[in-house]
Write a protein that binds this ligand. Structure first.
Ligand code: AMP
Length: 226
């Protein structure tokens, strides 16, 4: 089987992280979330973390060179040997260009899935999102609430609102998406990557099933060509 690079594309709150968590198990590949990697650096307080903390809190993108370097290093790690899911990367056309070169040098052909969700649904989802600070589990106050209010089902930690899920920051993140990230879709179409557009406002497990089918179908085509 060829090495998989599945790019999960969509606005903040479109369900990329949730889908990546389902799919990394089904497809047995690594999950690369640039947002999680950056948050870990902010948490650790190292120099990169200190550099990007303000931008992230404001809902702005961090510089391309910073995320590109993180991704280049990450995909060299052993757990990416059979493939990886990119969640939240690329987010600018320049990132997409760098990724294209990187993948070509490794003879990896990416697949793109665009999770489409209505703007108002996104705003409601992000402001109702809760995070477990210990294990990273995500909840929603409306659709996927924990058994006991505001407490993680897995480890009993008190749930929190992510700093950048506050309403004014959410609106800035969505503006950054429209301005800098949405144009990446045209770039993907222009370079001819296999592409699946999917309604992201459905049952998460069913959406993951549709994506897995798309990936498996494309892999068969890819292998038949070899
Ligand atoms: P996420 O968890 O993917 O929504 O990312 C949270 C924040 O991390 C974003 O609002 C950006 O500040 C930063 N970030 C994550 N991925 C990228 C990226 N590919 N390029 C630039 N900034 C990013």
């Amino acid at each position: 089987m060829s090495r998989l690079c599945l790019i999960l594309f969509g606005s903040p709150g479109s369900g990329k992280g949730t889908q990546a968590k389902f799919l990394r198990q089904t497809l047995e590949v690594a999950h690369i979330s640039t947002g999680d990697m950056l948050r870990a650096r902010v948490e650790s307080g190292d120099s990169l973390g200190r550099e990007v903390a303000g931008l992230m809190q404001a809902g702005s993108l961090v510089p391309d060179a910073t995320v590109n370097r993180l991704v280049e290093d990450r995909i060299e790690q052993a757990d990416c040997e059979h493939g990886f899911i990119l969640d939240g990367y690329p987010r600018t056309v320049d990132q997409a260009r760098l990724l294209k070169g990187l993948l070509e040098s490794k003879q990896v052909n990416p697949l793109v899935v665009h999770l489409k969700v209505d703007y108002n649904v996104i705003v409601a989802r992000l402001s109702g999102r809760r995070l477990c600070p210990t294990c990273g589990a995500l909840y929603s106050v409306t659709s996927a609430s924990p058994a006991a209010a505001e407490v993680c089902d897995y480890d009993g930690s008190k749930l929190m609102v992510r700093e950048d899920d506050r309403e004014e920051v959410v609106l800035e993140r969505l503006r950054a998406y429209e301005r800098q990230t949405a144009p990446v879709l045209d770039y993907f179409r222009g370079v001819g990557y296999p592409f699946l557009e999917i309604d992201g406002d459905g049952q998460p497990q069913a959406i993951a099933g549709q994506i897995a089918k798309f990936v498996e179908g494309r892999e068969k085509i890819g292998n038949a060509k070899v």
